[in-house]
Design a protein around this ligand. Structure first.
Ligand SMILES: [Zn+2]
Ligand SMILES: [Zn+2]
Length: 290
């Protein structure tokens, strides 16, 4: 029996598995990309993912880090790579070490401190780029960009033999093109993300919208979270094909949130939007016959 019942969405060939409720737990994994955004309380189903991209150190997003690392070791997996804001690395390392001492086993950890603009190659053709968000000190969001090499315009008419020859001579004959696949905002108050080109053009946007009700505007402001009043107009300016909303407060029901979204968004934008925890979108697979 797995530790969590996770949301399951499918977009193209990507599966998005996660759990997200404000203040309780947030974790969103994409196994095909080997990336987990935040780690929540470390759901069993996501331990095998090799990269954790932490947005900030709040407990609802980061509590599971020692468990994640320790269970990878326990299951004979490599230590995995954890990216996290640079200012969180020291306390994070201390927590992991302290758990290792309690457990009587050193927990191997590869913690990498990031600041906005930092890039880490996740796979040969996939880069994670950190960008600034507005929440607590050091907090970042991440964009996953597929990188493809393309022959420079001036070399496109050449034969294979000529290209090989130029490569031998060390001539730089290729341009690298970046295709933004997924952007994850983590926790953030309103920022005009439409101005960050690669975030705006990401095929999939995973964004927090914590508050949906008029009487919650002060809460959104105080906790540095997004309110529908800011989020709805922002989405209208974004170019994403799919938007997955996370981090909804437990004070608002899924039905109420969907109703508000349908009223506040244009029909075209509303079609792109899903709430991560809305079970009606979850992929159901038939169990094989026993
Ligand atoms: Zn949070
Ligand atoms: Zn937070």
């Amino acid at each position: 029996m797995p530790s969590h019942r996770l949301a399951k969405l499918e977009i193209g060939d990507l599966q998005i598995l996660g759990y997200s409720v404000a203040g309780e737990e947030t974790v969103v994994g994409i196994p095909q990309l080997d990336v987990c955004f935040d780690i929540g309380k470390a759901p069993d189903q996501l331990i095998s993912i090799g990269h954790v991209l932490l947005t900030h150190g709040h407990m609802d997003h980061a509590a599971g880090i020692a468990y994640y690392l320790s269970h990878r070791k326990f299951n004979g997996m490599s230590e995995g790579t954890v990216l996290a804001p640079a200012n969180t690395i020291k306390p994070m390392g201390e927590i992991v070490d302290a758990w290792g001492r309690l457990d009587g086993n050193r927990i191997p950890a590869k913690l990498v401190g990031v600041e906005p603009g930092f890039e880490h190659r996740v796979k040969p053709n996939l880069v994670a780029r950190a960008f600034p968000v507005k929440h607590c000190r050091g907090a970042v969001g991440y964009c996953l960009l597929e990188t493809r090499k393309k022959l420079k315009k001036e070399y496109r008419g050449l034969t294979g033999k000529q290209i090989v020859e130029l490569k031998k001579q060390g001539v730089d004959i290729e341009d690298v093109i970046e295709i933004p696949l997924v952007s994850y905002l983590g926790d953030t108050q309103y920022v005009d993300y439409a101005e960050l080109d690669y975030v705006s053009r990401s095929k999939i946007l995973i964004a927090e919208c914590t508050f949906f009700e008029d009487e919650h505007t002060d809460r959104a402001y105080a906790g540095k979270h997004m309110h529908i009043d800011d989020f709805a107009p922002l989405l209208e300016r974004m170019e994403n094909e799919h938007v997955i909303i996370t981090h909804l407060t437990h004070r608002t029901s899924m039905t109420e949130a969907k109703k508000t979204l349908s009223e506040r968004l244009s029909a075209e934008t509303y079609k792109k939007v899903m709430l991560l925890m809305d079970r009606t979108n979850w992929v159901r697979r038939k169990r094989p016959a026993q």
